[in-house]
Design a protein around this ligand. Structure first.
Ligand SMILES: Cc1cc2nc3c(=O)[nH]c(=O)nc-3n(C[C@H](O)[C@H](O)[C@H](O)COP(=O)(O)OP(=O)(O)OC[C@H]3O[C@@H](n4cnc5c(N)ncnc54)[C@H](O)[C@@H]3O)c2cc1C
Length: 188
């Protein structure tokens, strides 16, 4: 229990975790989760830690999702982005504006990672993520199964319905408890 969580939460709270793993690929993320589970430890997927408050040390493995990459494709009526969950959200917004792709500008300056944005359906100035997000690619960590959830799927599973991710995690999409079982890896 000697790995500091201070750099990984925006409050800068001095707490620690048994293990902190930086996952840059889906396979690294899955392996880190499986190793922790095999050791009987709880796991926590973390983006940039702007929506968590560590009250105690975390007796488990914290996995930092740092799956990066922004792919752009253009259709006659839209630009479509395929974004790694570890990308910083505001930098993504800036990227789109620098490349003259309007649509995300109201969501500028929201802290955190792209992969965390569906959890509470980030929103600002009258625009919510659900207006611009077509899908989220997820990995079911117990099985390694990859699944693409459409915006309609996300609504059915209550993602996008609440602005309170705690309600979401306890009630709907995640299985409950301290360990997350599904992780978002790509979206938009
Ligand atoms: C100063 C400030 C201003 C803010 N302004 C706004 C605002 O205007 N609008 C708004 O909507 N929000 C706002 N927020 C809230 C915050 O920006 C969002 O909740 C953001 O999406 C959190 O991202 P994060 O990467 O820091 O998430 P974290 O705090 O790292 O994680 C939050 C939750 O998501 C889970 N999670 C993270 N990544 C994944 C993943 N890849 N797969 C599955 N689960 C995951 C974590 O386990 C945790 O339960 C603000 C926060 C701060 C501190």
């Amino acid at each position: 229990m000697n790995h500091s969580l201070k750099p990984w939460n925006t409050f800068g709270i001095e707490r620690s975790a048994n293990t902190i793993v930086r996952a840059e690929t889906e396979q690294q993320l899955l392996s880190a989760w499986q190793t922790a589970v095999a050791a009987g430890e709880p796991t926590l997927i973390l983006g940039e830690g702007s929506n968590v408050l560590f009250l105690n040390d975390y007796a488990g493995t914290v996995i930092l999702n740092r799956i990066m990459g922004i792919e752009v494709s253009e259709t006659p009526d839209a630009w479509r982005l395929h974004v790694g969950a570890g990308e910083n959200w505001h930098q993504l917004v800036q990227f789109t504006l620098q490349h003259a792709m309007p649509g995300l500008e109201n969501l500028a300056l929201i802290p955190g990672c792209a992969g965390s944005s569906p959890i509470q359906n980030i929103g600002a100035y009258g625009v919510e993520l659900q207006r611009v997000c077509e899908y989220v690619d997820c990995i079911e960590l117990e099985t390694g199964r990859k699944q693409r959830l459409s915006a309609a799927d996300l609504l059915l599973r209550c993602i996008f319905r609440f602005s309170n991710w705690a309600v979401l995690c306890n009630g709907c999409f995640f299985s409950s408890g301290a360990s997350v079982r599904t992780v978002f890896v790509h979206l938009l």
